[in-house]
Design a protein around this ligand. Structure first.
Ligand SMILES: NC(=O)c1ccc[n+]([C@@H]2O[C@H](COP(=O)([O-])OP(=O)(O)OC[C@H]3O[C@@H](n4cnc5c(N)ncnc54)[C@H](O)[C@@H]3O)[C@@H](O)[C@H]2O)c1
Length: 374
């Protein structure tokens, strides 16, 4: 009993006081309590003289901001900029309004932008910072599971153009990313599932044991451990480090996203939104089905993916008549080349292939299969 308690105690102390640090492309990702991270020295040394500008949405303003500003006295006179939450507001006109506010406040090029929020805030806040006066420094403090394991790392910033996802944006890396799971305590259960989809994707594309562990953990506890979050961040980071501008292997991270983004866009237009991760989950299933049908993925592995997605995610419903419109959106996918829809397909759990041409009739058949099978 003493041994068990001791190891539990040691783990608790380690978790509380030790921050894990991951080196990325010229910046650092820190995972652990932000109170023990380098955020303090960043504010009081590196950006001592800089105006701090914290970008939030109404929910992170309510649930996350107070913790941050009461923990760091350097933020007591920070400017708070609130963006409206939600994918439908990830648009350039909102960025323009924020640049106008920055200009009105006479913010100079030395400001530090602190993006406190989910993926919408890090995507937009990153873009706002990167284009204001040709670029000011920014850090990301992700507050959703999805942004911790995915959106806040890797340097992709951007906005949607109408319903077209991330159509306008640029690669621009933050100065640092601070991942503190304390922010997850106020997150709704569906937002945890939203992040689980990207974690499962990380396992499927490069690491079968991560796939197994995330599944096992989520199925038994309906939550996720800090260790698995760390592993997921490492997987994404390793890929991004090798190919920061997505010329080659970074494309792997788009597995599930050809179909996922098209569905997300389609539902944005209908004002009946689906969460990013739910779109990705459908994408994982349909793109695995196509992999199976093309003889790349063996049946047992395909059934395993199908079983897991069915168990965790509810069906995303659309009518058969809507399929052609969903495919039409895919024609604008960023991975396409010479008018050909390109996908990432699975060879096995843990191994994927990039730049695979898939015909519209194959996608059409797969979307019909999805509607009948679920
Ligand atoms: N740049 C990238 O590499 C990348 C990768 C994946 C996804 N994305 C983008 O990320 C976006 C999705 O991110 P998301 O799922 O984090 O969505 P989000 O930013 O919209 O956050 C989801 C919801 O949770 C609320 N919220 C955030 N933190 C909270 C907290 N701690 N407590 C309570 N509520 C909280 C938000 O206000 C919002 O309503 C999409 O736009 C997607 O395209 C980008």
């Amino acid at each position: 009993v003493i041994n068990i308690n001791l190891s539990w105690f040691v783990k608790l102390i380690l978790k509380k006081y030790f921050v894990k640090s991951i080196k990325s492309n010229n910046y650092q990702i820190e995972i652990g309590s932000i109170l023990n991270s380098s955020f303090q020295t960043l504010l009081s040394n590196d950006y001592n003289k800089s105006k701090k500008v914290i970008i939030v949405d109404e929910n992170t303003k309510e649930y996350c901001l107070e913790y941050l500003i009461t923990s760091f006295t350097e933020l007591s006179d920070a400017e708070i900029i609130e963006l409206p939450s939600g994918e439908e507001n990830k648009q350039l006109d909102i960025c323009i309004q924020i640049w106008e506010v920055f200009t009105e406040y006479c913010f100079d090029r030395n400001i530090l932008v602190i993006n406190l929020g989910g993926g919408v805030i890090s995507d937009m806040g990153g873009l706002i910072a990167s284009l204001y006066k040709r670029g000011v420094h920014f850090v990301n403090i992700p507050t959703t599971l999805l942004s911790m394991v995915d959106a806040s790392i890797g340097g992709k910033t951007g906005v949607d153009l109408g319903v077209y996802k991330n159509q306008v944006g640029l690669f621009s890396f933050p100065k640092r990313v601070f991942i503190d799971t304390i922010f997850l305590t106020t997150l709704e259960a569906n937002q945890i599932k939203n992040g689980i989809a990207e974690m499962l994707k990380h396992g499927l594309i490069v690491d079968a044991s991560h796939w197994n562990e995330v599944l096992k953990c989520y199925q038994s506890t309906h939550s996720i451990t800090d260790d698995l979050i760390y592993q997921s961040v490492c997987i994404k980071n390793e890929i991004v480090e090798k190919d920061p501008l997505e010329k080659n292997i970074r494309k792997k991270l788009n597995f599930g996203h050809t179909v996922g983004h098209a569905l997300e866009s389609y539902f944005l237009e209908k004002e009946n939104h689906i969460l990013h991760g739910y779109g990705v989950a459908v994408g994982i299933l349909i793109e695995s089905y196509i992999s199976f049908k093309l003889g790349l993925l063996e049946q047992g592995s395909f059934y395993e993916v199908r079983g897991a997605i069915h168990q965790i995610f509810e069906k995303v419903n659309f009518a058969k008549e809507e399929i052609s419109k969903i495919i039409e959106i895919m024609r604008n996918d960023k991975k396409n080349e010479n008018g050909q829809i390109k996908m990432i397909l699975l060879k096995s759990i843990g191994i994927c292939l990039i730049d695979q041409s898939v015909s519209e009739s194959q996608i059409n058949e797969a979307l019909h299969w999805y509607l009948n099978d679920y």
